[in-house]
Design a protein around this ligand. Sequence first.
Ligand code: B12
Ligand code: SF4
Length: 492
Amino acid sequence: MSERHRVLFVISDNFKTERLGVQILSSVAREEGWERDLIVLTALSPEAALARAQAFRPNVVAYSAMTFEHFALQDFNRSLRREGLSFVSIFGGHHYTFSPEEIESDPEIDAVCRGEGEDAFRAFLAAVREGKDYSRIEKLWVRRGEEVVKNPLGGTIADLDRVPFPDRDLIPLYEEGEQIFGRSLGLMFTRGCPHRCAYCFNAEWNRLFRGHRIVRHRSADNVLRELKEACDRYRPDLIYFHDDDFTLLPRETLEEFCRRYPAEIGKPFYVQVRAPGVREETIAMLRKAGLVIVGMGVECGDEEISKNLLGRGNITNDEIVRAFDIFRRYGLKSFSQNLFALPVDDPLAVDLKTVELNIRCRPTWAQCNIILPLPKTPIFQHAVEKGFLSSDAFSHLRRLPSAFTRSTLTFPGPRRGRHAENLHKFAGIAIRFPATLPLIKVLIRLPPNPLFQYVFFAWYGYWNTTGLWGTKLSWRLVVNGLRAVRDYSKRS
Ligand code: B12
Ligand code: SF4
């Protein structure tokens, strides 16, 4: 192999879990005959990261980012250039899909990729390797001299079975204590979601790819093959499906998967569902196959706000409660996902309804997050239009605002916002132990303080590791948890 074919992947953090996007692109690069390495910026000092890049001598540096991670990646890219390294830089992931214009304001970005990158990245690597022009590849915006060539967005990958399996050696995660979700192994069966909830990336994604197939799925055979290979190699304790809604799978595919999974894989697994798709016979079949944990968005207890502000369609509270009843009947652990401190005039009143709805649902754990109105989502637009957020609120933030500490919104009466932030800290406890709710309603009237924050972190940290996922308690886990608390606290 020629010495010059080296691609360096750079991500800001692996958050102690997989990053399937870069892992799949690493497999693409391997198939194209490239050597690969990965830098996780939070895992190294800036000097060590630079030294590692210099030692690897990449001719392509490939960056992958969710929104807010892009700042650190672009800073690092500039520092590599300052050190005199010669390489082509390409950026992809959700942030660049929605904000490709970053290339226009940062002269050190050579190309950005919008949407699913497998084909574009393959074509790009081939062109770079052969010294050919890479400025006319679908999905890429490419710098060429003074201009930026904006190629068509293209579509979505219809046949997901042709996507290579993720290169799981790129991020060594499968040793005890390396991950948050126990010793789990993640993958996706489907891609896409037909809905357009106002706080989710799918609203914009589905608009961008209108006219193309949005929801696609792999064959059961392809998924089982990936699992078989990966389980033989990494021996995980739990299989984690990252699909937006596992019930989107067609009936026959689901049946084939459930029939074959116990004998071929036989490991407990987790899926995420949406209330309208939860049918008793589907859950019974999944349970029999090995489903042990199920996640579902409850999000907001006020039906009108859920429908009109959050864009969740006609999901009713009764439907949500019924779904959790089914999970319980089949002995599943469940967790609900909830959004607090919404951009409404009285967030506390709405959040109390969310707590009450969760009390009816009785999930194993109610995961409570403060809403992050990410740029390019409808909820961001709403928050700006109604004066909860300034349109440039995030442009000078260097790090992701935390969904665990304080709201990024400004509420009409500051006290209302503070009370909602305080309720967020105790909501999980109130849901698990409803008898504490009257006391919590008194406590939340106190000024926000570090004690409330630590109570929240301890509760969240326990359930998101040992409590729900069965992660073994160890010193490493505790140290990792304390580091995460320090980092999140710094952000607030
Ligand atoms: C698994 C997951 C995580 C994992 C791993 C993250 C990751 N990026 O892989 C973890 C748990 C770390 C995570 C965390 C968060 N997540 Co998350 N997560 C997901 C989820 C469910 C699946 C991601 C995935 O594996 N997709 C499959 C792979 C194959 O796709 P992909 O990563 O997009 O990669 C493809 C393309 O983007 C492109 N591509 C990607 N990188 C590159 C690089 C190059 C060079 C090229 C050419 C192409 C390219 O090609 C890839 C292959 O097709 C998505 C929702 C979804 N359905 O995608 C949300 C999602 C990515 N998460 C999101 C968010 C907001 C978060 C959090 C901020 C949530 C929170 N409130 O805290 C946190 C951030 C961390 C934190 N807590 O501080 C948003 C991001 C929106 C945005 N504008 O960036 C998403 C889209 C969900 C949503 N509802 O909006 N998440
Ligand atoms: S159902 Fe879930 S994945 Fe689909 S748009 Fe709504 S929040 Fe996003």
